[in-house]
Design a protein around this ligand. Sequence first.
Ligand code: ATR
Length: 284
Amino acid sequence: MITHPDNTDARDEYAVMGNPIAHSKSPRIHSLFAQQTGEPIHYRAILVEVGKLPEAVADFVAGGGKGLNITVPFKRDAWELVDERSRRAERAGAVNTIKIEPGRLFGDNTDGVGLVNDLRHNLQIPLQDRRILLMGAGGAARGVLAPLLEQEPALLVIANRTPERAVDLAAEFADLGTVQGCGFDALENLQFDVLINATAASLQGDLPPLPDGIVAEGACAYDMMYGAKPTAFMKWAQWQGAAKVSDGLGMLVEQAAESFYIWRGVRPETRPVIAQLREELADG
Ligand code: ATR
């Protein structure tokens, strides 16, 4: 039998869809996972026109694709598109992982568990009974709230530039734990053990308007953004005496590992992949 060269690749197809997508690290991460585990997968990045996610997903499914990651700005669209959602995706109001099953799209959200795994396992930061500050009240903050509250912190405060958004978000998650919303001014005289930046400020090289003195002794500061250099928030936290400061590269790899597990039933080791990506980031 003569087979077309394209059909000789027996690997299962996966992809990440977003806009922009050219700089996504997901193809690199999943190819490192595939190498490490021996799972026969091929993973690529697909640029999707805003408003065209359903068509792009349908094409991918028709081509025999097995799973997708969904990134900015389509996580809400994906939430609406899937046939069934995990509990954590339901709560996050966003889907970043789709498992393509016969006649059905299953949507999950691995961002929150990615953050919690990076904090707890890679950075060795306990969350139970700790005072957590979550900055931002957009999609990024919403996506991690339930998994953070599941860790039973003593208190979780959401602070946002537009205070009402933080208050509303806190009210929505109040059934899961002690959570309050406020503006940045209201943080004066409070102290936190874990400070997490989920605002888009770092993207613009900005710093949320944080008062001095809110970083408790031994505290950890975490920016969900990552890059070759520390963000303005990371520098501020260091200056304020934080014991540990981290960017979000570990969260990115951890959320990818959870997606890989959902698709393949195999959990890749994340540490060597984080180390590899860190090296590649530094090299530019
Ligand atoms: P995402 O999905 O990344 O969370 P988003 O829904 O647009 O994006 O939310 C962006 C978040 O970053 C918001 O909490 C926003 O604050 P507002 O709700 O007041 O707009 C916050 N943000 C953006 N730029 C900021 C800045 N320069 N300083 C502080 N907060 C900022």
